[in-house]
Ligand binder design. Structure first.
Ligand SMILES: [Fe+2]
Ligand SMILES: [Fe+2]
Length: 252
C-alpha cells in the first residue's frame, strides 16, 4: 500500500522562512467562482497584522523530494493515493495482458496530471508534462485518451464506462472539442495505442490491489528519458510543471 512507502520529512526550522508563520494560499483555479471560500483577502490582512508570510519552498508537511527527482519519486512523494494506485493498476493490467511496452508506459502515465497538478483537461496537461521525456506516440496516446474514453469502440473492446454515468450523469455529452479530437484520433495511425489506454484504464477503483511500482523500473528506463538534472530542473518546456508539484504551495 502507498502508506507503507518511505516518506522523508524535515522539521519546520529546516525550511525556508524558519521561525515565521507560513500561510498557504490555495491555487486560484480551485477558487474560481467560489468567492465565499476564497481566503485571499483574509490571509493578506493576516500578513499585515501578524507578520505571517506566505509559504515558499519546502512545506514541512510534505515529504522531501530527492535533489534530482525521477518519475517514480513523484509517485511516491507527491501523488494522491487514488492516482498512485490507479496509474499502477492500469499499467499492470496492460503488462499482464502482454501489451507492448509503449502501451504499458502510456497507461502508467495517462492520468499523471491528476496525481498532483490538475484534473481539468488532464489528458492535455499530462501529455505536455511528459512530452520532453517520452516518444511522440506515448504523449499522443495520453493526450487523446481524454477524448477517446467518451466514445465506445465495441470492435476494439471498449464500451462507454458505467462509472461515467455515475460521475457525470447519464445525459452527459462531451464538449465539441473532444468530439472533434475523437474523430481526428480515429483516423490516426496511433489510434490503437490511445484506445488501449482507455481499455486498461480502471474505471472502478480497486482499493485492495497493491501493485509494486518498482516492477516498472526497467520499462520506464527504456521509454522515459529521466533528465540528469532531475525532473523540474532540466529547463525543459515542462520543467515548471514538475517544480509546481515539488513546491505546490508556493505563493508565487
Ligand atoms: Fe484519464
Ligand atoms: Fe484513468
Amino acid at each position: 500500500m502507498k502508506s507503507q512507502k518511505p516518506k522523508r520529512y524535515v522539521t519546520a526550522d529546516q525550511c525556508p522562512q524558519a521561525g515565521r508563520e507560513r500561510m498557504i494560499m490555495p491555487q486560484p483555479i480551485a477558487l474560481v467562482g467560489r468567492e465565499a471560500q476564497n481566503p485571499e483577502r483574509e490571509l493578506l490582512k493576516r500578513m499585515g497584522e501578524t507578520g505571517a508570510v506566505f509559504m515558499m519552498g519546502q512545506n514541512p508537511d510534505l515529504p522531501v523530494m530527492p535533489e534530482r527527482p525521477k518519475l517514480l519519486d513523484f509517485f511516491h512523494f507527491r501523488f494522491s493515493d487514488i492516482a498512485y494506485m490507479h496509474l499502477l493498476q492500469s499499467a499492470k493490467l496492460a503488462l499482464d495482458a502482454g501489451q507492448d511496452e509503449k502501451v504499458v508506459v502510456a497507461c502508467l502515465l495517462h492520468d499523471i496530471a491528476n496525481g498532483a497538478l490538475l484534473r481539468s483537461d488532464h489528458g492535455y496537461w499530462g501529455a505536455q508534462m511528459i512530452a520532453p521525456y517520452v516518444s511522440e506516440e506515448i504523449a499522443w496516446a495520453v493526450q487523446y485518451h481524454q477524448a477517446l474514453r467518451y466514445f465506445a469502440d465495441e470492435a476494439a473492446g471498449f464500451k462507454y464506462p458505467d462509472a461515467y454515468n455515475a460521475f457525470f450523469g447519464p445525459d452527459y455529452k462531451p464538449p465539441e472539442y473532444l468530439c472533434k479530437a475523437h474523430e481526428a484520433a480515429r483516423n490516426h495511425r496511433w489510434y490503437m495505442t490511445s484506445r488501449l489506454v482507455t481499455i486498461y484504464d480502471i474505471y472502478s477503483f480497486q482499493d485492495d490491489w497493491d501493485v509494486d511500482p518498482e516492477q516498472f523500473t526497467d520499462i520506464i528506463g527504456r521509454h522515459f528519458k529521466e533528465p540528469k538534472e532531475g525532473l523540474g530542473f532540466d529547463n525543459s518546456p515542462a520543467a515548471h510543471m514538475w517544480r509546481s508539484m515539488i513546491w505546490p504551495h508556493n505563493f508565487l
